[in-house]
Ligand binder design. Structure first.
Ligand code: BG6
Length: 490
């Protein structure tokens, strides 16, 4: 049985902790991953928050777990693993209770999860040190986005590295904890049929799309400062792009995987000045409807008459290396879109010579679809003969690996997976500081150009696939987006 550990969640009653981290540990507990003496210590800003903590946590679980997942009996057993403590991160005098609690067993693994604004990462690490809480078995987990741009990210990384060695810093991107994302690596590196075709000779384009139906979800302050480029593209979408594009690591270890991802990020063709207009589209939603219900526009939700923050981004990116030369990677993400879906589409090229007459029907090139959510599947579309006619008629057919059908009852939870990896000391699904550096180096010029141009984002109706300019971005290349749930076969 695994040894007992302590995980300390700073910002224990914040949005991230209540929405994602506590539900993840509830699931971990249910699966027997919290060993008997382990503790999930959550810091609360004051004693009132500590007193109300169990009620707050129970209602967060009921709200954020899937239907039927919350069970009173399990909650009653799980709550004994939760230790709320009052602590003001910047007030050294308030750290005593945490210190005493942790010093009950100095030998156990300690994971410090900084679910707090980056501005106080430094003071938090400094106070951990002053209280002698950083042992050789300690790790720190930090949330994306690391910083606001390359400069602020470098300063955050430098600050944390004053207290923790790089191998003990776990920069989390929860997309890497999604099961199908890991399946993407196993698909690529254990199946000869794909790897042989995984290059510009066979692939026409790659689309990576994360569409959300939610709006601001009470995070207006953070989101309006960040926008979709910083919130999603700088991290989640670029990480997915890295996993699609990287060379095979020599083994599945943090160092090998991160080294390959860094090479991809370094090879991204910079998008600067006039290229920004040509290769990027930024949008902002206005009122529209979702599932037949009216939803407000971004500015109404924000309660402000003006903001040019983008809630949608589409980008045409290129990776300037031998394998990917001239293959466009289309990246797209947005809030309040038509449906919630995260998908990677690998579109193969047309066959080099058409042997059938036009009368057999239109030939569709092969397409590999890797869907991360809402359901987890891998599909390969290929042309096949329609068996219902004796005439030669071709139509696309789909090879379908639907994990939701195969693993019924399996609840994938990226945060649970990644926090358990941090406890185990496995950082292969976490991010190296150089990945952060190169990702910002690519993002910053786009943001700077948008800022200088003073142009407003393109408007799109809530409940659609984004502004028209996003479709035009692909139409200019003679291509189109593959929208989840919509047949693309002509
Ligand atoms: C977070 C972003 O990192 O990812 C949010 O800050 C976004 O704005 C969320 O909603 C999406 O995650 P998921 O797993 O729900 O697709």
């Amino acid at each position: 049985m695994a040894k007992a550990f302590d995980i300390v969640i700073f910002g224990g009653v914040g949005d991230l902790a209540l929405r994602k981290l506590v539900p993840a540990w509830y699931r971990g507990f249910k699966e027997g991953k919290l060993t008997d003496d382990s503790r999930v210590i959550v810091t609360c800003r004051n004693i009132e928050a500590v007193e109300g903590y169990f009620e707050t946590a129970a209602s967060a679980l009921q709200q954020h777990l899937s239907e039927g997942e919350f069970e009173v009996e399990i909650w009653n057993a799980f709550r004994s693993f939760l230790f709320p403590v009052a602590l003001d991160i910047s007030d050294l005098n308030s750290w005593q209770q945490l210190q005493q609690l942790m010093n009950e067993d100095k030998e156990r693994i300690r994971v410090f999860y900084l679910a707090i604004p980056p501005a106080i990462f430094g003071v938090c690490c400094g106070n951990l040190k002053k209280n002698k809480l950083i042992s050789i078995k300690s790790r720190v987990v930090v949330e994306k986005p690391i910083g606001y741009d390359a400069v602020s990210a470098a300063s955050i990384n430098k600050e944390i590295s004053g207290y923790f060695k790089e191998e003990n810093i776990y920069r989390i991107d929860h997309y890497l904890g999604k099961e199908t994302v890991q399946n993407l690596m196993s698909l690529r590196f254990t199946n000869l049929i794909f790897e042989q075709l995984w290059n510009s000779s066979s692939i026409d384009n790659v689309q990576i799309s994360i569409s959300e139906t939610v709006g601001l979800e009470g995070r207006a302050g953070f989101y309006n400062e960040a926008g979709a480029l910083r919130d999603m593209i700088q991290n989640h979408l670029l990480q997915l792009l890295c996993l699609v594009a990287m060379e095979s690591p020599n083994k599945i270890s943090a160092k090998s995987i991160q080294t390959e991802k860094i090479k991809v990020l370094e090879s991204l063709r910079p998008i600067t000045l006039s290229d920004v207009k040509e290769h990027t589209v930024r949008g902002q939603y206005v009122a529209g409807s979702y599932n037949g219900e009216l939803v407000s526009g971004y500015l109404e939700e924000l309660n402000s008459a003006n903001s040019t923050t983008e809630t949608f981004v589409a980008i045409r990116a290129y990776i300037d290396n031998w394998r990917w030369s001239k293959v466009p990677f289309y990246l797209r993400t947005g809030k309040r879109m038509k449906s919630r879906c995260a998908e990677i589409i690998i579109q193969f090229k047309d066959v080099s010579h058409r042997v059938y007459a036009d009368s057999v029907g239109q030939l569709e090139p092969n397409r590999l679809i890797i869907r991360l959510q809402p359901d987890e599947l891998i599909q390969l579309t290929m042309m096949s003969k329609n068996l219902e006619t004796t005439d030669m008629k071709l139509q696309p057919a789909t090879l379908n690996l639907n994990f939701s059908d195969t693993y019924k009852g399996f609840k994938s939870d990226a945060y649970k997976r990644l926090m358990l990896d941090a406890v185990k000391g496995d950082s292969s699904l976490f991010i190296h500081r150089d990945e952060v550096k190169y990702a910002w180096a690519w993002i910053d010029p786009i943001i700077d150009t948008w800022k200088v141009s003073k142009s407003a984002p393109q408007l799109y109706r809530a409940g659609t696939w984004g502004p028209e300019e996003s479709d035009e971005l692909l139409q200019k290349d003679g291509r189109q987006w593959f929208n989840a749930g919509e047949s693309v076969c002509k």
